[in-house]
Design a binder for this molecule. Structure first.
Ligand SMILES: Cc1cc2nc3c(=O)[nH]c(=O)nc-3n(C[C@H](O)[C@H](O)[C@H](O)COP(=O)(O)OP(=O)(O)OC[C@H]3O[C@@H](n4cnc5c(N)ncnc54)[C@H](O)[C@@H]3O)c2cc1C
Length: 354
């Protein structure tokens, strides 16, 4: 059974690793040479994580598991063929796992911001920090990426760090208890927190807000939100808010599955979060279901673990400090142990592919 996997991030690569060896013949379509661990980008930005901790080359991994790597971007689906930049890949089943793109919500001056949504962009931001020693850094957005970046920069640089959030508290998608604990930790590190503050425009040396006030800055980092990639937007598949809508078997339509950040996964009223934890679980589940299909067995329904109304996460707040979140409960001690656990999980994920 030929399975084409589009995207070799956490979801796509883990699916192939988990299903191998087995009855499935995989082709991985991924333009990058390596699998990358986004959860470690904030630490790379802060100069704590090394490149070898957060990436693993795909060539030896694919050779080891017997998968073919087509190092190109997928452009379209035509029947049972993926059209790539230069080649075509035929499949019996295709799995779309192309992640998400940064969403700038139409603000002006995007070209004056840095992003840490991809490794290339994170490297650019790190180089800017090393070459320019920015003294005032504005981080826009206070989701997981924003608070992790603010903490690590506050700890590793002699600079004023600001975190800007349009809603009334940091980590607005988490419980108020989690937000309060994280705000306290950020303040202790000297991070300036501006909530209920909306960015209108990012200029080269300042940020303009919707109430016409402005703040000078030497570096602006945008972390506020993601959206479906252009590839997803152009596919003729069921969608919800632009994301690929899948059923409880993670299936969008006959022969087409979607997992990870690119998918809208809602099972029994629980909407999956766009996290590495969920991407990895979905990959493992689909690996089992595809193997069942090859063996003529029925597929099993997926169950969401980390949902938008009951988050599960480990949030690092600088080197040696992290908190754990399970539903409405936020566990803040022992911070060092939680940090070690998070660091071990993130780094050991990449090690599996080496
Ligand atoms: C800075 C940051 C920190 C994070 N921290 C955490 C954390 O601490 N804990 C946690 O659980 N989650 C965290 N996340 C979220 C987590 O990283 C994502 O949910 C996870 O990576 C999603 O996996 P994915 O495979 O769906 O997408 P990705 O890992 O983004 O992989 C998508 C892959 O698809 C490829 N691709 C895209 N378009 C195409 C195309 N047209 N053709 C072929 N390939 C394509 C890309 O090159 C990429 O390799 C973080 C995210 C960021 C950005």
């Amino acid at each position: 059974m030929k399975v084409a996997v589009i995207g070799g991030g956490i979801a796509g690569a883990e699916l192939i690793r988990d299903a191998s060896p087995g009855p499935l013949e995989f082709t991985l379509i991924e333009p990058k040479k390596q699998i990358e661990m986004q959860a470690l980008y904030p630490e790379y930005l802060g100069g704590v994580a090394r490149l070898q901790d957060l990436a693993a080359p795909l060539k030896p991994f694919c050779e080891r598991v017997g998968a073919k790597h087509v190092q190109e971007k997928a452009i379209a689906l035509e029947g049972k063929t993926v059209i790539c930049e230069q080649s075509r890949v035929d499949f019996d089943y295709v799995v779309i796992a192309t992640g998400a793109a940064q969403n700038y919500f139409g603000i002006k001056g995007v070209e004056n911001t840095f992003s840490i949504n991809t490794l290339e962009e994170t490297k650019k931001a790190r180089r800017f920090v090393e070459d320019n020693y920015p003294e005032r850094i504005m981080i826009m957005g206070s989701g997981l990426t924003g608070v992790e970046a603010a903490s690590i920069l506050a700890e590793s640089l002699d600079a004023s760090i600001y975190i800007i959030e349009a809603r009334e508290r940091v980590l607005p998608l988490f419980s108020p208890q989690t937000s309060a604990m994280v705000e306290k930790a950020l303040s202790k590190k000297g991070v300036n927190i501006l909530t209920s503050t909306q960015v209108a425009e990012v200029k080269k040396d300042c940020i303009m807000f919707t109430d016409d006030s402005c703040l000078d800055c030497d570096m602006a980092i945008w972390t506020a939100g993601v959206k479906p990639s252009p590839f997803i937007q152009d596919l003729d598949l069921p969608k919800k808010n632009g994301w690929i809508l899948v059923d409880p078997n993670l299936q969008a339509k006959e022969n087409v599955f979607a997992i990870g950040d690119c998918a809208w996964i809602e099972v029994d009223g629980k909407l999956a979060t766009r996290t590495g934890l969920e991407a990895e679980r979905q990959a493992k589940h689909l690996a089992r279901n595809l193997t069942h299909l090859a063996e003529g067995k029925p597929m099993e329904k997926y169950s969401v673990r980390a949902s938008t109304d009951s988050q599960v996460a480990l949030i690092s707040l600088g080197a040696d400090c992290a908190v754990g979140v399970v539903g409405k409960t936020c566990i803040g001690v022992p911070t060092r142990l939680i940090y070690s656990l998070k660091s071990w999980i993130d780094k050991s994920f990449i090690k599996r592919f080496k």
